[in-house]
Ligand binder design. Sequence first.
Ligand code: PFF
Length: 461
Amino acid sequence: MRDGSRASWSGQLAFVLAAAASAIGLGNLWRFPYLAAKYGGGVFIAVYLGLSLTLGFVLLVTEIAIGRYSRQSQITAFGTLGHPKWNFLGVMATLVPLFILPYYNVIGGWVAEYFVQYVKIAFRGGGFEDPSAFFASFTADAWAPFAAMAVFTAITLAVIVMGVKKGIEKANLVMMPALLAMAVALAVYVAAIPGAGKGIRYYLVPDFSSCESIGKVLLGAMGQMFYSLSLAMGIMITYGSYMRRRDSVPKAAVRIVLADTFVAVLAGMMIIPVVVLFASSGSGEIPSGPGLMFETLPAVFTRMGGAGAAVGLAFFTLVLFAALTSAISMTETCVASVCDCFKTSRRKAVAAVGLWTVVLGSVSAFGYGRWSFIKPFGLPALEFFDSAMNILTPVVAAATCVFAGWVLRPRRILAECRRDGSRVWFKTFYVIMIKFVSPVLVATVLASELCRLFGVGGWKL
Ligand code: PFF
C-alpha cells in the first residue's frame, strides 16, 4: 500500500495535464457539439457545466483519492483498502478500458488515415472528392483499417513503454498545448467567416423550445459526462495512484472538469457554424459520431475552397492528438493493472496489452469488411462493444459510489483530500452527494442506457 518505488507525476500540473489529456478525446469533439445542438444549445451547455462541477467533481475526487490512498491501479485498489470482497469491482473497472481500448484504437486508426489524407491534400491541393464513398471503401477494405489500427496502437505503446514521466508526461506536454492552440485558432477562424454568427447563436443561445424535456437534457448530459471525464474506467484511480501526496486532489478535479468542458464547448464553436453554413444536407440536423467526423466535416472542408485543406489538416491533427492522448491513458491503465495484478515487469505488461489490443481490435477493424458477418445482437462488432461498455460504465460508477459512501466511508476520502494540508470546504456536500444523490443519478443513467438498448420508451439520445 505504501509502495515507494511506484512511479509518480513530476507535479500537480503534470497530473492535471495527464488527466485532462485522457478526458479530452473523441467524446468532446464528435459527441458534445451534437448533443448541445440537439438539446437547446446554451441550455445543454449550462446543465452540463453544472453537472460536471457537482456530480462529475464528486466522482473525480473519489476516484483520484482512492488511487492515491491505495497507491494501486483499480484492479487491486479496492481490495488494498481493506475490503477484499470488493476486488470484484476492481475487476469490473478493469474490463471497461480493456474492452474500450481495442475499438477506440480502431477509430484512432481511422483518424490517422484521415490525417495522412489531409497531409497529401495539403501538398497537392483540392480536397476530398467524395468523403462518404472514401469512408465506406476504407472501412470495408481488406487490410487498411487493421493496418491503421496497428500503427496507432504502436505509437501509444511506444509512449507507454517509456514510462510515466519520460513517456506519458512528455507526450502530453507536446500534444496538449498543440491541441489547445489549434482548437482556439480554428474556433477564431470559423467565427470570422461571414455568416458564422447564425451557427454560433444556434449553438450558444439557450433555446428552451428545442430541448424536449429537461429529463432528456439531464440524462444526455450525464451520459456524456461519464464518458468525457473518463470516469468509471479506472483511469482516474490509476492516474491518482501516481499523484504526489503534497498536491491537492479537489483543486486538480476542478481543473480537469473545467479543461474538459472548455475544449468540448470550443469543439462546438469550430464545428457547428461550418456545418450550418456549408453542409449540403439542408435538413439542419447536426450529425454525430463517425458520420460527422469522417463524412460531413471533410465534405464541408472541401466546400470551403482554398482554405479547406489547411483547416482539414489542422482539424485532423487536433483529433489525432486528442485520440492518442486518450488511448494512452487507457493503455496505461491496462498496463498498470497487469503489473499490479501479476507483479510483472512493465515491458511484459506492455507486450501483453499490445497483443490483446491488436487481437481484439481486429474484430472491430474487420467488422465493416471481411468479417462483417460477425454481428452480435445485429450490430457491427465495434458498435456492439461500444453499447456493452455504455452499460458497464454506469454499473461500475454506481458500485464505486456505494463503495466510497457506505463501505470505505466519505471520511477516508476526505482525509486523503486533506493530506496536502488544505482545508476541505465541501465536506457536507460531498457526504450527501456520494451517499445519496450520486448513486440515484448514476442508476438513472443505467436505466436510460438499458431502455435505449432495448428500444423502450423512445429514449434515443
Ligand atoms: N474521455 C475520452 C473522450 O471524451 O473521448 C474517451 C475515453 C478516454 C474513453 C479514456 C475511455 C477512456 F478510458
